[in-house]
Design a protein around this ligand. Structure first.
Ligand SMILES: Cc1cc2nc3c(=O)[nH]c(=O)nc-3n(C[C@H](O)[C@H](O)[C@H](O)COP(=O)(O)OP(=O)(O)OC[C@H]3O[C@@H](n4cnc5c(N)ncnc54)[C@H](O)[C@@H]3O)c2cc1C
Ligand SMILES: *[C@@H]1O[C@H](CO)[C@@H](O)[C@H](O)[C@H]1NC(C)=O
Ligand SMILES: *[C@@H]1O[C@H](CO)[C@@H](O)[C@H](O)[C@H]1NC(C)=O
Ligand SMILES: *[C@@H]1O[C@H](CO)[C@@H](O)[C@H](O)[C@H]1NC(C)=O
Ligand SMILES: *[C@@H]1O[C@H](CO)[C@@H](O)[C@H](O)[C@H]1NC(C)=O
Ligand SMILES: *[C@@H]1O[C@H](CO)[C@@H](O)[C@H](O)[C@H]1NC(C)=O
Length: 525
């Protein structure tokens, strides 16, 4: 198995009328409200509210349950709002009563101590606003000039996971996360939202530009550090005491290339023979003008993939495989789900295929054959890049040379990391000093007419490596001067030369590598 790897109110009526004109079912609730709370002033509330109050026992039971399973406070009803106005009206209704009822916004109820409950009051099921948003609960604004100025306008009811996924589709990400992405934006912003990134970006409440809040008086206000700043700072970390957050403008930053390389490095860190891990980890790039290995992807998805590519210029593809047999077939899907969990690929861009083991191993040749390769001369460059410098390669080689030059090419760019501990340093092969290093291969089949252009590009890449001191090693090295060979083998050169003297003193073997010259001095003695 190979798996490759974002209303307005209609009618206004008196609350007291609500009892009279509503169905028998709502009468129970409203009777209760009326008997519990007496109307002081004649406030007009819309029909909408009474229609959207749910007092089913099962709903009330749910609303009196949270993650902690310790506290159970039963509300009179749950409001399932179909608009923001409705929440504001509900609050105004309560304000209009001699004895107001309490109101609690309920996000994802990840509280453990009844914080989102309202005994004898009304719980507002914020999740219901999803219907009102029409799929626009998260709207991303990407600043092309400076991605650090990007932001997301997010409904207070939205779940962080959805914010993340939407942002990633634009190559962006929120800056600070809690350990659970299943919480709502409103729910964490009334606390702080702390996690692994606080040390760098501060808590989630420090990454908010603006809020829409319905205050305890029922007024909808927009606030920020500049505008209504008391409300703004009060609400952030204010435990829901001052208002209900209906929109938050969340700071976003670039979701950089390191998300990809970190995922790859994570995947190869699971490398024990008995680890439950992927059995194969590779990666490749999709760039404009490169005929990619698209035969893997479903044809109907190609437009979607191409539009993502047009948007981002370069796509980084993870290629993973998990082997299975009859005995493990039942759990393969679960295993794969678990293994890809937490990887930061663009959601919904995961494709899977079941292949015979041999066909998987032959996938590259099959793809090459599909592209009409391997005819024509080749312009290939394979390099080992120290793990710590891989993002420099992304900038300097992928973006600044290959993407910019936009040469139409027939081939592939491979990139994947390896762990040095699986290599033996006694062996001759030259590899970088770091524990993790990447193979970066730019492989093209060209024509005799274009060969020079492509080889020039390779030489520019090599020059970039040299100038930036990245300390790469060539894999399948060639075309080097004597000094360059010495540099290539580095500390291994001496042993390499000694071995040559010992095992092939006349330098007869493999002259095509261009390392040693045939030794005919011995004859001349
Ligand atoms: C498994 C797990 C891991 C967690 N990890 C972390 C962590 O790493 N870091 C961290 O900081 N926290 C963490 N938490 C705590 C969590 O962030 C808070 O409990 C948060 O309030 C949960 O959000 P929620 O949407 O479920 O809120 P709810 O439980 O639904 O509500 C919490 C409070 O917020 C109010 N509220 C909800 N929505 C709004 C809104 N839109 N406007 C105003 N008030 C609102 C509610 O009335 C209630 O008072 C974790 C919780 C769990 C269960
Ligand atoms: C409501 O549901 C709870 C939990 O299922 C149950 O204990 C209770 O008896 C029910 N109440 C009514 C009035 O049906
Ligand atoms: C809130 O609404 C969502 C979406 O309709 C639903 O899945 C959830 O069960 C509701 N929660 C409560 C407490 O009613
Ligand atoms: C490399 O592999 C070794 C042996 O499995 C392991 O201990 C080490 O953590 C790995 N290094 C990285 C950076 O993954
Ligand atoms: C790359 O070149 C092709 C034509 O050769 C052109 O259609 C395309 O717009 C170019 N892309 C960029 C980013 O310059
Ligand atoms: C070999 O390397 C030199 C520079 O060191 C370069 O000018 C030349 O083009 C290279 N030849 C080939 C075939 O790549």
């Amino acid at each position: 198995m190979a798996r490759f790897s974002i209303l307005e109110n209609v009618s206004l009526i008196l609350l007291i009328n609500l009892v009279i004109i509503t169905t028998t079912t709502t009468t129970v609730l409203t009777n209760e409200i009326i008997t519990t709370y007496q109307s002081c002033s004649a406030f007009h509330a819309s029909m909408e509210i009474s229609n959207d109050l749910d007092y089913d026992n099962s709903t009330l039971t749910l609303a009196s349950t949270d993650y902690g399973l310790k506290i159970h406070e039963k509300p009179l009803a749950v409001l399932e709002p179909t608009s923001i106005t409705e929440i504001s009206e509900l609050i105004k209704v309560s304000n209009s009563l001699c004895t107001p009822f309490t109101i609690a916004a309920r996000g994802q109820a990840h509280s453990v101590y009844g914080q989102a409950m309202a005994r004898e009051g009304i719980v507002v099921n914020m999740t219901h606003l999803n219907g009102y948003r029409h799929g626009k609960g998260v709207v991303i604004f990407r600043d092309e000039k400076d991605p650090w100025n990007s932001y997301a306008d997010v409904g207070g009811e939205q779940v962080w996971d959805d914010v993340l996924n939407a942002a990633l589709e634009y190559g962006l990400t929120p800056l600070s996360f809690t350990d659970s992405l299943g919480t709502s934006v409103g729910g964490t912003l009334v606390n702080a939202g702390i996690g692994a990134q606080v040390f760098k970006f501060g808590p989630q409440i420090a990454n908010v530009y603006e809020l829409d809040v319905i205050t305890g008086k029922g007024d909808l206000k927009t606030c920020s550090a500049e505008k209504n700043s008391k409300l703004f700072y009060g609400v952030l970390g204010g435990l829901g005491q001052f208002g209900i957050i209906t929109r938050a403008r969340i700071a976003l930053g670039p979701a950089d290339f390191s998300a990809y390389s970190k995922d790859q490095e994570y995947l190869i860190s699971l490398n024990g023979r008995n680890d439950n891990a992927f059995d194969a980890v590779e990666g490749f790039l999709m760039i404009n003008q490169w005929p990619n290995i698209i035969d893997f992807f479903p044809t109907q998805d190609l437009p979607r993939i191409n539009s993502l590519l047009a948007q981002h210029n370069i796509l980084y593809v993870l290629e993973l495989a998990k082997y299975y047999d009859d005995s493990t077939q039942d759990q393969i899907d679960q295993d794969v789900e678990r293994l890809v969990m937490g990887l930061k690929y663009v959601p919904t861009f995961k494709y899977e295929k079941d292949l015979l083991y041999q066909n998987f191993l032959h996938r590259s040749e099959s793809a090459a054959a599909g592209q009409g390769l391997p005819g024509g001369p080749k312009s290939w460059l394979d390099t080992f890049v120290p793990g710590s410098r891989i993002s420099d390669v992304n900038e300097g080689v992928f973006k600044n040379i290959i993407f910019k030059q936009n040469l139409s090419a027939n081939g592939i760019i491979l990139i994947f990391p390896m762990n040095r501990t699986k290599w033996n340093d006694k062996m001759s092969v030259a590899i970088p000093d770091e524990e993790v290093f990447y193979l970066v291969s730019v492989l093209q089949a060209v024509t005799y007419d274009t060969l020079k252009i492509f080889d020039d590009q390779k030489n520019q890449i090599l020059k970039f490596y040299k100038d930036s001191g990245i300390g790469i090693k060539q894999y399948l090295p060639r075309n080097k001067t004597h000094e360059e060979w010495i540099e290539h083998f580095g500390s291994k050169w001496q042993k390499f030369e000694e071995a040559k003297n010992k095992f092939d003193p006349k330098r007869i073997l493999a002259p095509g590598q261009g390392i040693f010259q045939l030794n005919n001095k011995i004859c001349m003695l």
